[in-house]
Design a protein. Structure first.
Length: 361
């Protein structure tokens, strides 16, 4: 059978595109891609031989050349994949389609072609049986007519008709022998095809059993993967909870950081205030020195005022006023020192609290 169909004899009756696979001859269960991409797959009809073929060519390479017989079966193994066994090619072909609709159309056409091949085979058998029966009837009738002519005819008739009758009988016998030879050859051919189909069925049964075992194996692996997936999901949930806790802790840390910045700002303000108080404290010795000088002047004035009574009263008045101012100044200074001591104590307590807060963090 020529791989590329002669278009004068064969014509395509259905064409589609699919990815072609063949069963691995070593394992009988793994698919081996026969084409790197989707190729054209066509049904061809041979009018002279009255046969149907599935042919696919990838470039210059023929990857499918399968003659369809009535014993073939196309099986859908998934929504987009189908397969059939070819005993003559000693392989199993698989086709992967882009859509389920294309797979359905291909399967329907396969069933139509299979029925047409079955009808063609039945008609061929009927023709062989008819020709065989006709030859047998001709063989049986010819001797009787010869006997009748030999009994009823004269010797001249025997001489004139005996030769053509024997020649006709011989030709009919030759036809009968040819028909019997064809029948025996067809029987042998059918026996060979039957044996091939039995072997193919055995291989398919083995492949089916291996597929069932493989399915069980994949089911176990699926269960194991499902359990592992459940464990991973539980771990992911735990990690998500931990992430939530970490986010909460980060938020608390951010709040503490903001509070620490606020305290540092307050501390800077307190330090500025303390610096101002220190500057004011530096003025106190100057005031004390002024107060002492005033006392010295007062003593000197008192000595001088002993001689000058008139001026003493004035000086006493000034002294009393100076004493009054000094008293007020001392009172203000004392109050200022009390306030300064309180501020220093508050600043000391604040610094201790801030140090304790930093240690806790």
């Amino acid at each position: 059978i020529s791989p590329v169909p002669p278009y004068s004899r064969e014509q395509p009756i259905f064409t589609t595109r699919a990815h072609v696979f063949q069963i691995d001859p070593s394992t009988k269960k793994n698919w081996v891609p026969a084409s790197k991409q989707a190729v054209t797959v066509s049904y061809f009809y041979d009018s002279t031989r009255n046969s149907y073929r599935i042919i696919s060519v990838d470039g210059a390479k023929v990857i499918i050349n399968s003659t369809i017989t009535p014993n073939m079966t196309f099986t859908k193994t998934s929504q987009k994949f189908g397969q059939w066994a070819d005993s003559r090619a000693n392989t199993v072909f698989g086709l992967g389609f882009p859509s389920e609709q294309q797979l359905t159309k291909f399967a329907e056409k396969f069933q139509e072609v299979k029925e047409a091949a079955k009808l063609a085979r039945d008609r061929s058998q009927e023709k062989i049986e008819t020709s065989s029966n006709h030859s047998q009837e001709s063989g049986r009738e010819t001797p009787s007519s010869t006997r009748a002519s030999s009994v009823n005819g004269t010797d001249d008739e025997k001489a004139s008709h005996g030769g053509p009758a024997e020649a006709h009988l011989k030709s009919e016998n030759d036809k009968l022998k040819i028909a019997l030879a064809q029948s025996s050859s067809n029987v042998k051919k059918w026996e060979t095809e039957l044996q091939t189909l039995r072997e193919s069925n055995a291989r398919l049964t083995t492949a089916l059993q291996e597929s069932a075992a493989s399915i069980e194996h994949w089911k176990k692996q699926f269960s194991a993967c499902k359990e592992e997936n459940d464990q991973l999901r539980s771990k992911i949930e735990e990690l998500e909870e931990q992430c939530n806790e970490i986010n909460k802790e980060k938020e608390r840390n951010a709040q503490l950081s903001r509070r620490l910045q606020e305290l540092e700002t307050e501390l800077q303000d307190k330090e500025l205030e303390l610096e101002e108080l220190r500057k004011q404290g530096e003025i106190i010795p100057q005031l004390m020195s002024e107060c002492e000088s005033a006392s010295q002047q007062l003593q000197a004035a008192e000595k001088k005022n002993k001689d000058l009574e008139d001026k003493v009263r004035t000086l006493r008045t000034e002294v009393e006023e100076s004493k009054h101012r000094q008293t007020n100044l001392k009172t203000e200074l004392k109050n200022f020192l009390d306030v300064l001591d309180g501020k220093i104590d508050e600043l000391h307590d604040f610094r201790q609290g801030l140090s304790k807060l930093g240690i806790d963090d």
